[in-house]
Ligand binder design. Structure first.
Ligand SMILES: *Cc1c(COP(=O)(O)O)cnc(C)c1O
Length: 369
């Protein structure tokens, strides 16, 4: 956060309009332009955007939604909110993303949707997934929480999805404090999501308060309060301007890590897939059998050198929340291997070369005598 974000929030406070209003509308327009999206609906979080996506796609109680277990738990929770069951599919061991093949292994006659995640910013290979699902009328929802600034087949990630959900939590590289977005090529879905995020009111609060005498509003269905505030959107409008430079710097730092790691036996770093580029939201490394220490051993060695790294992406099916999950059980060998053996290295656009060198020194010699 810089002085520009602080000034933008101050302007909103002075304007007197702090809830969802003109800045949210402008943030939606700018985000849609940047992501090549037809319609953009700002929300309180990616989790609420995923929930709305499932509602507008018509996912009903009792149906099955294929998700990667290898993802932040919100990906699995969203289907649960609409009374559906998440069905865990495995991921590609190289990218960490679900594929048409792993989804095919998890389909059932009850499957009505798939949530495809761009894990850690690595674009998911969406075209084969759409080719698999569309003939069966299965909706493909892209969980692009981590992926603003990533590219899939020459276009911004999410542009090819019928509906995608985004996060602006501070853990992601474009932040509004908390916040999310739903983007869609489907005008009717976007309109319904826009109403549902605001209690399914027929006229938005912003439009009603712009009139001296406002007409009565109507509530056609049961909605939610999933609004973003103008305070948040003002921050987002500044952050959008920074995104290109932030991604460029992250990719430069990632290239410096990757060059070193390529020469270390037993370590493998995340990289761009053949069909796109990642924003390196998460720079993860797999610790293999032939490395001198285990993943947890390496985390310890980094901590002793004052470097705070983190365990890799979680696996939802191993969490107590899904311990008595009675879905279809598909073997998840790549998921279990990645969640056990990966860690996420420090990577942020202000990271100094000297700090990065300290991390690399530990990777080269995790057990100094
Ligand atoms: C962060 C994240 C979410 C949740 O985003 P919120 O904005 O915190 O709700 C969902 N899915 C994935 C893949 C994420 O990384």
């Amino acid at each position: 956060m810089g002085e520009d974000e602080i000034a933008a929030v101050t302007d909103v406070l002075r304007s007197g309009w702090v809830a969802q209003g003109p800045r949210v509308a402008e943030f939606e327009r700018r985000f849609a332009d940047m992501q090549d999206a037809h319609h953009a609906v700002a929300t309180s979080s990616c989790t609420s955007a995923l929930h709305l996506a499932l509602v507008v796609a018509g996912v009903r109680p009792g149906s099955h939604v294929v998700v990667p277990s290898y993802s932040f738990i919100a990906t699995s929770n969203a289907p649960t909110y609409v009374g559906a069951s998440p069905i865990f599919a495995d991921v590609d061991p190289v990218t960490g993303n679900i594929t048409a093949e792993t989804i095919a292994a998890a389909l059932t006659p009850e499957t009505t949707a798939v949530i495809a995640v761009d894990q850690g910013g690595v674009p998911v290979d969406l075209d084969p997934i759409k080719a698999l699902c569309e003939p069966m009328a299965i909706t493909v929802i892209e969980d692009a929480a981590c992926a603003a600034g990533s590219v899939y087949r020459g276009r911004p990630v999410g542009a090819g999805a019928e509906v995608a959900a985004w996060s602006f939590h501070p853990r992601k590289i474009l932040t509004t404090g908390e916040g999310g977005m739903l983007t869609s090529t489907n005008a009717a879905w976007a309109l319904r999501a826009r109403r549902l995020r605001e209690h399914a009111m027929s006229a938005s609060a912003a439009s009603r308060h712009a009139e001296v005498l406002s007409g009565p509003e109507e509530y056609a269905e049961v909605g939610f309060n999933y609004r973003m505030t103008d305070l948040q959107a003002a921050v987002g409008l500044v952050q959008i301007e920074r995104l290109g430079e932030v991604v460029r710097r992250r990719r430069e730092l990632a290239a410096a890590y990757s060059k070193e790691i390529a020469e270390i036996d037993g370590l493998r770093a995340v990289e761009d897939p053949s069909y796109g580029t990642t924003n390196y939201q998460s720079y993860w490394v797999e610790v293999r059998e032939d490395y001198p220490v285990s993943r947890d051993g390496l985390l310890g060695a980094l901590a002793r050198a004052g470097v705070s790294a983190r365990r890799g992406i979680m696996a939802a099916h191993l969490e107590p929340a899904y311990a008595d999950h009675r879905g279809v059980v598909v073997p998840l060998p790549a998921t279990e291997r990645l969640t056990r053996n990966t860690l996420i290295l420090p990577l942020y656009h202000q990271l100094l070369a000297s700090e990065q060198q300290r991390v690399i020194d530990v990777l080269r010699d995790p057990a100094p005598s």
